[in-house]
Design a protein around this ligand. Structure first.
Ligand code: ATP
Ligand code: MG
Length: 416
């Protein structure tokens, strides 16, 4: 028996129903926000992610599924959604349409990480990208999509944390200060951070090693290094969120795991688990070969959202529902039941019938199991007389009706 790969999951049964509901909510919310769906390929040229996500990030350094195809090209399975969306934005000249361009995706995402609760190798992201604006209003709009979704899902105790990394100038100022601070504590850092220290000291703030966390606890705040414009931008984001009634806290330690962020970065955290992370990425479109374009977006992990919901609402319970079960007895009964069932289905009624050739008793047991609301049995005598007994499964109540009226009667009962 070949089993599934570590860090992957089959989603089926009651769980897939919950997924469908969430996806429906995401699509509906995006519709109200004027965000159109984009479906990009599951793999891209490796270079896109190296450039887009950043060479010093965990993702690029150790988490990518990279392979060489028969043309000796290096390809990588999507480890995040933004780079692909940005590539598509440039490639199809979306900047020529009315701006901003607002895109969303719900897609499998691949990272070769150590698996543990909330950390898989294939997981799913609901992502939103808004391209074509430098305004703080765009940051707030993006954040409000995630806030709306989490609220509609009934997730409670989720906290929005924000920070600003400033523009590249502010950032290089801060990097200098940070390098100075960390340099004095270099011996206490993990080996990866010792390497990062030179290239990108900001990454140390995002390290999950306890030793590194202890060092950076007293690190200088990036917010003290922001210039006037970046400070004003961040303030405006906060003012708009307040106007929108979306609560938040400021956390100067948030840098997020991707190198492309500028100015606003944010995450939604529930019980210490980050369910959604995002921010502004004003340099990325240019970095990927497009014109300078302001942009902001986020990625929300659907498995993590599921984990939080299950923790808050308890395990999912299945209550299957079918409208009607068309049972049968004998050869002619079986034949007629198949035809009738398809006719009902064509009319939108969730009908089922016997396709296993079970006994009538076993059929009724089955009808119960699949949650049929009504059932009839078609046998010789019913077909001859044209009369059937319509049984309401829950109450056991029976009603004699003409077979030819079955559909109309069912329709009116189901509507009620
Ligand atoms: P973390 O700090 O938890 O590693 P990250 O910074 O790598 O997160 P992002 O790259 O911003 O996360 O991805 C956005 C969201 O995708 C996360 O907030 C999380 O919900 C989800 N996510 C990221 N990695 C995984 C994973 N390996 N398994 C499941 N969900 C994930
Ligand atoms: Mg990560």
């Amino acid at each position: 028996m070949i089993q599934l790969v570590k860090g992957t999951k089959d989603i089926y049964g009651v769980e897939v129903k919950a997924w469908q509901k969430i996806e429906e909510k995401m699509r509906r919310i995006c519709e109200t926000f004027g965000i159109g769906e984009i479906r990009t390929p599951a793999f891209e040229f490796t270079e896109l992610f190296v450039r887009g996500v950043g060479e010093t990030t965990d993702i690029v350094q150790k988490e990518m599924y990279t392979f060489t195809d028969d043309g000796d090209r290096s390809l990588t399975l999507r480890p995040e959604g933004t780079a692909g969306a940005v590539r598509a934005y440039i490639e199809h000249g979306m900047h020529n349409q009315a701006q901003p361009t607002k895109l969303y995706y719900i897609s499998p995402t691949f990272r070769c990480e150590n698996t543990q609760a909330g950390r898989q190798r294939q997981f799913h992201q609901f992502g939103v990208e808004m391209l074509g604006s430098y305004s703080a209003a765009q940051d707030a709009e993006a954040i409000s999509v995630a806030a709306t979704l989490l609220k509609e899902m009934g997730v409670h105790g989720v906290e929005l944390r924000m920070n600003s990394l400033g523009c590249p100038e502010c950032r290089s100022r801060y990097n200098k200060e940070l390098r100075h601070f960390i340099g004095a504590n270099l011996d206490k850092l993990c080996p990866t951070c010792k390497e990062r220290f030179e290239k990108n000291p900001l990454r140390v703030l995002d390290c999950k090693e306890e030793s590194c966390q202890a060092v950076i606890a007293d690190a200088p705040s990036v917010l003290d290094c922001l210039d006037e414009e970046c400070t004003a931008h961040f303030q405006k984001v906060q003012d708009i969120l307040t106007e929108m009634g979306i609560p938040f806290t400021i956390d100067p330690k948030i840098v997020r795991g991707l190198d492309y962020y500028t100015r606003t970065v944010f995450e939604f955290v529930s019980d210490g688990l980050t369910v959604c992370g995002g921010g502004r990425y004003d340099m990325l479109v240019e970095e990927c070969g497009g014109k300078p374009t302001g942009a902001v977006g986020f990625g929300l992990g659907i498995e993590r959202l599921m984990m939080i919901l299950e923790k808050q609402n308890g395990a999912l319970v299945d209550n299957p529902q079918r409208d009607v079960y068309i049972g049968s007895m004998g050869e002619t009964g079986l034949l007629k039941a198949q035809g009738l069932t398809l006719a009902l289905r064509k009319d939108g009624i969730r009908a089922d019938c016997d396709t296993v050739e079970r006994s009538v008793k076993a059929q009724m047991k089955y009808a119960n199991k699949i949650g049929a609301k009504y059932a009839v049995i078609l046998g010789e005598s019913e077909l001859e007389s044209g009369q059937v007994e319509l049984k309401e499964m829950e109450t056991g109540e029976k009603e004699q009706i003409a077979l030819q009226d079955l559909q109309t009667i069912l329709e009116s009962k189901l509507k009620a």
